[in-house]
Design a protein around this ligand. Sequence first.
Ligand code: PBG
Ligand code: ZN
Length: 326
Amino acid sequence: MAVYPTKRLRRLRYNPLVRDMVRETYLNKNDLIYPLFVVPGENVKNEVKSMPGVFQLSIDNIVKECKEVSELGIPAVILFGIPEEKDEMGSGAYNDNGIIQRAIRAIKAEVKNLLVITDVCLCEYTSHGHCGVLDGENILNDETVSLLAKEAVSHAQAGADMIAPSDMMDGRIASIRKALDYKGFTHIPIMSYAVKYSSGYYGPFRDAAESAPAFGDRRSHQMDIANSDEAIREAESDITEGADIIMVKPAGAYLDIIYRVKTQFQMPTAAYQVSGEYAMIKAAGKLGWIDEERVMIESLIAIKRSGADLILTYFAKEAAKYLDKN
Ligand code: PBG
Ligand code: ZN
């Protein structure tokens, strides 16, 4: 191997055309999944305070938004629902006339060429804001899993193209797969939130989805931020149970985990750049402390470079526009 002065690494950096030639990582529109929050009512468009540019939208506005997203060349959205009413069992989640089910039907009727993914969890639908059914303060695993399977089937029946369980109960992928297959949805893929940490970065999302837990936290099911080997065990069990795509969440502070999971399993791997990651870049950008567009792209390229194939991000529309002009 050559050494300096024969070897000069700067040689490939002088000419912009050469720099482009040796670029290793690209962000593509096909990598992007745009999260949307559906609320009851008509003509509702509430900006989420901690997430400038992100709105709670009623179904009529969701349909408009989906048309715009599709026209921008973004292939997929993921839907989160805020129901009319919440109860202890989160029954709005698996009601065939629930907010998400109606939203899916409306989008499917009017927007061509857009993949509709649905988040499957109970926390947006329970009065206590927890991801499952409670016994006192304990989230019951297996009882919750049966309801999640019902929720997934109900989404598929409404026309969802892909199911994304975000609850972190044990055994939910196997149950959801079995329930979908039994109802004839053998062709509907599952994108599992396989490695989901108990993270402070979800704060703004809980404003957007009105899903903050009334007491306690999510540490009894989401992962400890300090763990990495456990991420491998989580991903492995979801893959074994039938997950088609595995997700790591959050993204930016967990690039090592994305790298490990991708390297170990070579599965299609998604990463969720979550609400707090978006909020921090937006806030610093608004203050003029960073160049927002530049840091947005840098954050997304970093996620891809670490091994992610897909990125769920609130920046999807802005990133698509950026890719159009550059
Ligand atoms: C629901 C869910 C959450 C997110 C996605 N699905 C919140 C949570 O677990 O509290 C977070 C997404 C974000 O912060 O952008 N289980
Ligand atoms: Zn949840």
